[in-house]
Write a protein that binds this ligand. Structure first.
Ligand SMILES: *Cc1c(COP(=O)(O)O)cnc(C)c1O
Length: 379
């Protein structure tokens, strides 16, 4: 099946008892058993729930994976992956990560004896250089948040395969519509379903997709034992949101391109980060591994200190100043004080997260209204 058909149908069948076309919200914590252990595969909703099972079937299909696990947030999914590790293990990851990923690595898992190397992964060979006998896992985000750097998934996948490392890709920014890391050699794909997959800014959820059955069983054990699993109502909302994922992504890409081109020549804009530009440093890799360039764009403002950046950020009428991204509505974010506020200033500035940086999540409103809003706000 092609992407749009999977988005609407995968994992879902009309309800066998009533024919209801939409998957029911199985709002139940527990399930009747005929005699102990004689059940229909459902015992307790922390571990399994039919609405969530339908969602997991759909999520797996979107990433061309055999298995998916839905979590109550993207961080819940990340937490489960890190719990595969033992004290003494080492992780290689990027130096330009989602702030919450950096925070859970450095403030939670570092305390449990796991060592993290935050590296510039634009040269994949650095993974081989930093791999030693303790290295177990490579965690990659691409495009990165917020500076839209591109990491070559296939090249890193070859190294992780040769060195027997678990290779995880946070695919939140691209969405499964634009990029499928498992097809390029990743072992696990992680998503913040909160963003493009959910798509309507009405839920918080995460997911892991993967092919290896043993790894799936280990992760399912963690998921059930630790319990960061989503309820049936949110699972339903995610399923409903996914039905338009392909339509939304096409519109995000079209609007994103027009906004990027408008901003590129704007006198108030100093740097612009968007992988669709041919002069983006990794445009060729983006073209190779992505089917489009998406609606995430970051800019720095020319000669703007923090006060001027705040003034401009408060000028918008259609873009809403808010955390998060990937919804139908356009959002604007100030990474230095919002999404990346938990990263020390000297660390974030090294990778370009300066005070004058603004990140745009271009929504699917009418493009003329978006361009007009940008024009007014930047004046
Ligand atoms: C939002 C986000 C996360 C965390 O997901 P939550 O659903 O907010 O817990 C992880 N990675 C990226 C790239 C994100 O944008």
């Amino acid at each position: 099946m092609k992407f749009g058909t999977k988005a609407i149908h995968a994992g879902q069948e009309p309800d066998p008892s009533t024919g209801a076309v939409m998957t029911p919200i199985y709002q139940t914590s527990t399930y009747a058993q005929k005699s102990p252990g004689d059940n229909k595969g459902y015992e307790y909703s922390r571990g399994t729930n039919p609405t969530r099972s339908a969602l997991e079937g759909c999520l797996a299909a979107l990433e061309n994976a055999r298995f998916a696990l839905a979590f109550s947030s993207g961080m819940g999914a990340t937490d489960a992956v890190m719990k595969l590790l033992q004290p003494g293990d080492e992780v290689i990851t990027g130096n330009d990560l989602y702030g919450g990923s950096y925070r859970i690595f450095t403030k939670i898992f570092a305390n449990y004896g796991i060592k993290f190397h935050f590296l510039d992964l634009s040269d994949p060979e650095i993974v081989a250089q930093y791999t030693n006998e303790n290295t177990k896992l490579v965690w990659v985000e691409t495009p990165t948040n917020p500076t839209m750097q591109i990491v070559d998934i296939e090249a890193i996948g070859k190294i992780t395969k040769a060195k027997n490392l678990t290779f995880v890709v946070d695919n939140t920014f691209a969405s499964p519509y634009l990029q499928n890391p498992i097809d390029l050699g990743a072992d696990i794909v992680m998503h913040s379903v909160t963003k493009y997959i959910g798509g309507h800014s009405d839920l918080v959820m995460g997911a892991l997709m993967l092919n290896d059955e043993d790894l799936y069983k280990r992760l399912w054990f963690i998921y059930n034992a630790c319990g960061a699993t989503p309820g049936p109502m949110d699972s339903f909302l995610a399923l409903r949101g996914i039905k338009t994922l392909h339509l939304r992504m096409k519109a995000h890409c079209e609007n994103g391109k027009q906004v990027a081109e408008f901003l590129k020549t704007h006198p108030k804009v100093d740097k612009i980060y968007w992988p669709g530009f041919t002069d983006h440093p990794n445009h060729e890799i983006a073209k190779k591994q992505m089917r489009g360039f998406g609606g995430m764009i970051s800019i720095t403002l020319k000669d703007a200190d923090l006060a001027e950046t705040f003034r401009i950020a408060s000028n918008f009428k259609v873009f809403t100043l808010a955390e998060s991204l990937g919804g139908v509505e356009s959002l604007l974010n100030h990474p230095a004080t919002m999404t990346h506020g938990s990263i020390p200033k000297e660390v974030r500035e090294k990778v370009g997260v300066v005070d004058s940086l603004l990140r745009l999540s271009v929504g699917v409103e009418d493009i003329e209204d978006l361009l007009e809003d940008l024009k007014n706000a930047l004046s």
